[in-house]
Design a protein around this ligand. Sequence first.
Ligand code: G6P
Ligand code: MG
Length: 224
Amino acid sequence: MANFDTIKGFAFDLDGVLADTARFHSQAWRQIADELDIPWTEALESGIKGIDRMSSLMLILNSKGVADNYSDEEKEALAKRKNDHYKELISTLTPDDVLPGMHEFLADLKANDLKMSIASASKNAPFILDKLQISDYFVGVVDPSKVKQGKPAPDIFAEAAKILNLPPEQVVGLEDSEAGITSINDAGEISVGIGDALQLHAAKINFPSTKDVTLAQIKAHLNW
Ligand code: G6P
Ligand code: MG
């Protein structure tokens, strides 16, 4: 049974947890989907969360059963075009784009000597942390190109615990995606889901929004 006193570190997803960037991923993919005449659905909107760039493209193409119509080169070109557009969108980020409550939460963790790392599938994570001016909070950032499998596999969150130099059971992972919650749970960490509680029902603790996430609330849930 997890008790708060055993917790020594926190592994953060980035997009949709710390940074208000999930909307930019969605916007950039939606433009590609429109061009390819693929209808944008709720399932795509939530399904692309947490999964890597090429897996997101495959999800979109497969939603209309057209993945085989594109060569590997064409798929690479589509993914690159999405990323170029996404990079344009994130170039405008400022510290104000840290999601509500997260500045305070990071400061509180730091004040309590709890270590933090970043467990994002995004290759753009270091750039975004820099734009938000929160890089200094983190001991390290998982490089998603160096892990075997992306989310929902446990690799990214397992690596985030290694960066903290902690066994997984001493780490809390925070996520806004279903794929990410599976990754945290299978890595043996304590999962905190932020967003729709039905969709993120596999999380140990749920918060409707980032502004509800506090150290005191997490402590209360774990010591219940
Ligand atoms: C995050 C987002 C996903 C995105 C992935 C890869 O996990 O939630 O929507 O596909 O990162 O991001 P990248 O910036 O490398 O394309
Ligand atoms: Mg996310």
